[in-house]
Design a binder for this molecule. Structure first.
Ligand code: FES
Length: 196
């Protein structure tokens, strides 16, 4: 109950904005997939790649940007969080190697990202599309909790790489969108990193 009143994870959540989208706000929890079948200039703009400045993102912080009308998280993991991620037992996860889940080939690794420190991921639960919350503190959701994400709708649990645990409703790991680095502090969401 106390956690509901003051959520320490929320204090660390930065509302990011993307240049092309200005100050578009994000819906609170439920994120519908397709809201309109009618393409428009606005819709096309929403589908364009989005450039994000991550220079002010401190370790342990998560920022949200909108891409294709969906929330994309950029989560800068601390070394401790990366260490905890490495301790998650593979047999506790439904798809530990992300074999069934959606991500570009360059993010198909244990940390599910190009650089271990930065996780770029669609903040959308793979069950029914709610927006999970960061619960980074070990022990926060039980003695064996090493930090991760909790979906408030039906209790979906994911580790700090968005890999879903067994025994909860979501069928897959959260999706990683195409993205690439322009520099150490600028990324583009919606375009793939060169692989050749
Ligand atoms: S929508 Fe996330 S657990 Fe159901």
């Amino acid at each position: 109950m106390a956690n509901d009143a003051v959520d320490p994870a929320r204090r660390r959540l930065l509302a990011g904005t993307a240049g092309a989208l200005g100050g578009v706000g994000l819906a609170a929890t439920a994120v519908p997939f397709i809201s309109s079948m009618q393409p428009s200039a606005k819709t096309q703009a929403a589908g364009a790649p989005v450039e994000v400045d991550i220079s002010k993102l401190a370790p342990g912080e998560l920022m949200v940007v909108e891409w294709r009308r969906r929330p994309v998280w950029v989560f800068r993991r601390t070394q401790e969080e990366l260490d905890n991620l490495a301790k998650v037992p593979a047999d506790a996860l439904r798809d530990p190697d992300s074999a069934e889940s959606e991500q570009p080939p360059y993010a198909k690794n244990p940390h599910r990202s190009i650089k271990p420190e930065y996780l770029v991921m669609l903040g959308v639960c793979t069950h029914l599309g709610c927006s999970p919350q960061l619960r980074a503190e070990p022990g926060e959701l039980g003695a064996d909790w090493l930090g991760g994400f909790l979906c408030p709708c039906h209790g979906g649990r994911y580790d700090l790489a968005g890999r879903v645990f067994k025994g909860v409703p979501p069928p897959l790991n959260m999706a990683v969108p195409p993205h690439k680095y322009l520099s150490d502090t600028r990324i583009v969401i919606g375009e793939d990193q060169e692989t050749a």
